[in-house]
Design a protein around this ligand. Sequence first.
Ligand code: TYD
Length: 209
Amino acid sequence: MGRGRLIALEGPDGTGKTTQASLLATALDALLTREPGGTALGERLRAILLERDGIRITPKAEALLMLAQRAEHTACVLAPALEEGRWVVTDRYTGSTLAYQGYGRGLDMEELALACSWATGGLQPDLSVLLELPGAEARRRQAARGQLVDRLEDEAASFHHRVAIGYRALAEADPLRWAVVDASGTVDEVAARVLEVVNQRLGPLGIAR
Ligand code: TYD
């Protein structure tokens, strides 16, 4: 039995990533998981990290909490599933840390990349799919969801702009491991684009598996 494949859905807030991660996991019969979260520790840390008007968290502490939940998630969920030959779809992974804590918060990218690699034991997604939307469209979708925004979503527009630019730079720097998908249109249209790019990159379903 071969090793499974790890696919990360990435993108700024409001791009429909969570919906698409779920549809992709169903289409691939893959394990669906998310970050921050995915384990008991991860879900506790998620509550701390995303609580709006919660405790103050400095950028380095925020990065380390993201990496703490990732270390747990990788060791306890991702690595064992991949080892068993399962395909896994994760709603966010290392790309989020590089985009949000690196480009967004301005932490040193090299140090951050090294810390990510330490936390994950070097596990990288076989493919990170970046869902891209014009900023105004993403904000409109977020407003339409009508939810209370969380601590990170509550950041200034300039922060989200840096995150979006960061994602684009990450995808352009590593085109073999990243695919950029246009997230505009209907849920079904975007799902079809995502599945197409996964099939192109990781082999048609049933052959690569
Ligand atoms: P998300 O699950 O997309 O939130 P929601 O379910 O409300 O759409 O992501 C939670 C937030 O955490 C998001 O703003 C991005 C942020 N985040 C980081 O800043 N760094 C990370 O490493 C991860 C995994 C997430």
